[in-house]
Design a protein around this ligand. Structure first.
Ligand SMILES: *Cc1c(COP(=O)(O)O)cnc(C)c1O
Length: 455
């Protein structure tokens, strides 16, 4: 055994090999020698366990594997064939070409992020998207933060710390990822004053709860679930009327926050930001990367004096929005202003995809699978919006169904491919929905499928 150990090459002798030398300009000397050390350590363990000393070629191949693994970013490209358009686990909204270009421009060089070019002095990063947001929503003022959870936390911290927030029991929602309204409320230092019941809350429930300690009335859009049957919630305009009477601001957390009406697409009407502003909500918060279809952000619009209080709160600095996000948000909002959102913003383009186009793409993929010996079928199915938006709402789609033995194994092989592909499994069939596969990715998807079926 010890003689076998002595046969192991030294770190230096491995590094001298042409294969190792060729890796140095690509990965750097440090990383290559680290990988050699790791490969030799592993080989030593195996030899100690009774194995024969590996040949140099084997060691070099282990080094190559190590280097590839070390240099591989953990964040990888995924082809989304799930049919869930705003898939939070897969990064929510893919961005429009103009949005990406704007973000790249902001990333590449310097910008007037916090610099007033007219005056030649310090400016505000929060000034940038405000004009666009006010024009699009009708609000007096706007403020961007890192995400909508942050927007809600900021609004409650700035307006209700140490005081009570009146909210319906039917709206104490969990958004996902552990974001629960009561917890955010506690974190902000506001005191939860819940009224009504899970299924029914009336205006007089709010009226009865208002007292000396009340800071504001809150409405949370129940964006990711539906209660049906014996239900009643107070409409926003009634809540606003009550707020005005009692001189209390109304904060409306819309969650998804759409600027476009969803109903022309065969979906139920998702409340729009403009409707909340028009109804008189004093602060409205929503996400940048749900139905808005832009970069991750929390967007706050509302009354000038209240937005100003939020802007001055120390949390705003902690929740500061990134410069590339600001650039992307502006470019994305511009699509709405120009009336081209449904054409240019990927989320909306996917929602609007005609069934005939999905059918044609699905048939093409099924034909390719057939050539690989799989009896793929094109079947009816349903895509969903996802991202906690429009629960239970479906868009009819055409799916490629792969009735293979071991659908789980095929799904795993697809997930491990380059790029990775994520589909759905139903009734021992692997289902691929092309609605969420980006234009130009169909061919890559077919290639991934061929490799996965071969493995
Ligand atoms: C999604 C959502 C949030 C959180 O928004 P993020 O942008 O994910 O931080 C908050 N409130 C509601 C109602 C939501 O739907």
């Amino acid at each position: 055994m010890p003689s076998e150990l002595r046969k192991l090459p030294s770190v230096d002798s491995v590094l001298q090999q042409p294969e190792a030398q060729a890796a140095v300009p690509i990965y750097g000397r440090e990383l290559v020698s680290g990988a050699v050390r790791m490969a030799l350590d592993e080989a030593r363990q195996r030899v100690l366990g009774g194995a024969a000393c590996p040949a140099m070629a084997e060691v070099l191949s282990a080094v190559a594997d190590r280097l590839a693994a070390l240099a591989q970013p953990t964040l990888q490209l995924v082809i989304n064939a799930t049919g869930v358009i705003i898939h939070t686990n897969l990064g929510r909204a893919p961005l429009s070409a103009a949005t990406i270009a704007a973000m790249q421009q902001a990333a590449v060089g310097y910008s007037n992020l916090e610099y007033d070019l007219e005056q030649g002095q310090r400016g505000s990063r929060y000034a940038h998207a405000e004009g666009l947001l006010c024009r699009l929503t009708g609000a007096e003022a706007a403020l961007l933060v890192n995400n909508n959870a942050g927007a809600v936390l900021l609004a409650l911290s700035a307006l209700a710390q140490g005081r009570e927030v009146v909210i319906s029991r039917g709206q104490l929602v969990e958004i996902g990822g552990g974001f629960r309204i009561p917890d955010v409320m506690a974190q902000s230092g506001a005191l939860l004053r819940e009224v009504g019941t899970t299924n029914r809350t009336r205006l007089r429930d709010y009226e009865a709860a208002i007292g000396e300690q009340t800071a504001l009335l809150m409405r949370v859009h129940t964006s990711n679930f539906k209660i049906i049957g014996f239900v009643q919630q107070v409409e926003l305009d009634e809540l606003v009327r009550l707020g005005r009477e009692r001189r209390l601001p109304v904060v409306d957390d819309l969650g998804s926050g759409t600027l476009l009406d969803t109903s022309p697409y065969g979906l139920t009407h998702e409340p729009t930001v403009q409707e909340s502003v028009a109804a008189g909500a004093d602060i409205v918060t929503f996400s940048g990367d749900k139905l808005l279809g832009g970069p991750q952000a929390g967007i706050i619009v509302g009354r000038g004096e209240l937005v100003e209080r939020l802007r001055r709160h120390p949390l705003t600095r902690a929740l500061r929005v990134d410069k590339t996000a600001i650039a992307g948000i502006q470019a994305n909002l511009l699509h709405y202003l120009k009336g081209e959102a449904a054409r240019e913003i990927p989320v909306w383009r996917m929602i609007a995809l005609p069934l005939a186009e999905l059918e044609a793409r699905a048939q093409a993929l099924a034909a390719q699978a057939a050539r690989l010996g799989v009896a793929a079928q094109v079947v009816d199915g349903q895509s969903t919006i996802g991202g906690g938006s429009l629960p239970g709402e479906m868009l009819p789609t055409r799916l490629v169904a792969l009735p293979v033995r071991g659908a789980d194994a095929l799904a795993r092989a697809l997930r491990r491919g380059q790029p990775a592909v994520v589909g759905r499994i139903e009734d021992d069939r692997l289902l691929l929905d092309l609605r969420t596969v980006l234009p130009g990715q169909d061919e890559a998807l077919a290639g991934c499928l061929a490799r996965a079926l071969a493995s």
